[in-house]
Design a protein around this ligand. Structure first.
Ligand SMILES: *Cc1c(COP(=O)(O)O)cnc(C)c1O
Length: 417
């Protein structure tokens, strides 16, 4: 008799409503009111008061001096590279375990992304591998604070300073996260955040650069606002030439800023609930043979959880893959499954550009391969609820106790290929 829902058994959680997972994205009355205010004001873009307010509040939240609001968390990375003059002939070191944007930003400015491997516990760039990948062409490094952990900023900054490299912290998952008391995005030369729909703060689309350097802050503003300095309306005369920069329109709108300013107020409490539930899950998961939750970086506290990630050791589970685990867990009705990163170079766009990137280590990225193909996750909206956290534990318990059925399912998947 089959036990798992994936092979015809009974589902553990037939009623998803019982998991008590709040709607995502949030839609509160306060947000509605702020949107209407912006609507009535007519100040919809062009460095409006709503944008300026959010830039200041978010930068302060991350302990940075300046915030430059932009269209998304990809152009923020591109502009950061442009602000440092990175371009054709240069190399940019990125972890292999991230969303495509981290590496594409380098490609967009004509530089070469260089992929390095990650640490097996934090899933963030391995500083030793980063150092080994540096060549005379290397100009910048983009560590990613993956999911709910932080890259080792102490080691990365020390290596970068020694080799005169700029550090851009891809903090698309790290709103509210701190490293040794300093906010993500305030430690490197520039921080980059995304407010795309799935992120822990979202406005549909949106992004922000953070920095402590006034000159870089001004350059970033020029870059996103087609060369106009702050305070000059589009079409108004620019008092300064745009410093030799070919600038873009990468602006975002005041509507998005208003949504985000409201979300920021509720963010610390929501993140704290996620962290509490994550620790609840960790106590169970880390005691199960073969399962391990992503570790926080040594000095990362607090952490905000974008995706709570659970690695299942392919040796213990004898070759079970992510796709089979996702299907098995999903079939039980709990909100645990996919959503995590694949190795960047395995993504379609990079397959097309195989001659335009390189591996820092000719042996490739074995840790990235192991983690990416053998990890499942729970995204932050599901982590807010204790019922949903409990459901994840019960689901893992059931699936792991009946792993042979998952193996049979995986064999069927393979046969169908
Ligand atoms: C989401 C994400 C981005 C890009 O953000 P968009 O706003 O979607 O362009 C960059 N880096 C990482 C690691 C991300 O997860």
């Amino acid at each position: 008799m089959a036990k798992l829902a994936i092979s015809g058994g009974e589902k553990l959680y037939p009623d998803v409503k019982a998991l008590n997972v709040p709607d995502w994205p949030p839609r509160t009355d306060k947000m509605r009111k702020r949107l209407l205010e912006v609507f009535e004001s007519g100040a919809w873009s062009f460095n409006s008061p709503a944008e300026q307010q959010f830039e200041a509040e978010f930068a302060e939240f991350q302990n940075a001096r300046y915030g430059i609001f932009m269209a998304n968390g990809t152009v923020t990375l591109e502009c950061a590279l442009l602000a440092f003059g990175v371009g054709p002939g240069d190399e940019v070191i990125v972890p292999a375990f991230t969303w495509m944007a981290t590496a594409l930003a380098a490609s967009y400015v004509g530089a070469t992304p260089v992929f390095v491997d990650i640490e097996p516990d934090t899933f963030c760039m391995d500083p030793a591998k980063m150092e080994a990948a540096i060549t005379p062409k290397t100009k910048a490094v983009i560590p990613v604070h993956a999911y709910s952990s932080m890259a080792d900023m102490d080691k990365i900054m020390a290596i970068a300073r020694k080799h005169n490299l700029k550090v851009i912290e891809d903090s698309a998952h790290a709103h509210g996260t701190k490293w040794n008391g300093r906010g993500a995005g305030s430690i490197g030369d520039v921080g980059s955040f995304s407010f795309q729909q799935s992120k822990t703060m979202c406005s549909g689309e949106g992004g922000i650069c953070t920095t402590n350097d006034p000159e870089i802050a001004e350059k970033l503003f020029l870059l996103k606002h087609i060369g106009y300095v702050r305070g000059n309306k589009q079409g108004g005369g620019s008092q300064k030439p745009p410093q030799g920069l070919l600038c873009h329109n990468y602006r975002c709108t005041a509507f998005q800023a208003a949504l985000l300013a409201e979300e920021l107020k509720d963010f610390p409490e929501r993140a704290a609930r996620c962290a509490e539930n994550a620790e609840y899950i960790r106590r169970y998961v880390d005691s199960m043979p073969g399962l391990k939750m992503q570790a926080r970086g040594r000095l990362a506290d607090p952490q905000s959880f974008y995706i709570l990630s659970i690695h299942f050791d392919p040796e213990v589970f004898e070759g079970i893959r992510r796709d089979a685990m996702i299907a098995a867990c999903g079939a039980e009705g709990a909100m645990i499954g996919g959503g995590g990163h694949l190795p960047v170079y395995s993504q379609q766009l990079f397959n097309l550009r195989a001659d335009q990137y390189r591996f820092g280590d000719p042996a490739g990225c074995p840790v990235t391969e192991k983690i990416a193909w053998h990890t499942i996750g729970m995204s932050h909206p599901a982590l807010v609820s204790r019922e949903s956290a409990e459901a994840t534990i019960r689901t893992l318990e059931k699936v792991c106790a009946n792993i042979d059925e998952v193996r049979q399912y995986q064999a069927k998947l393979d046969a169908a290929k």
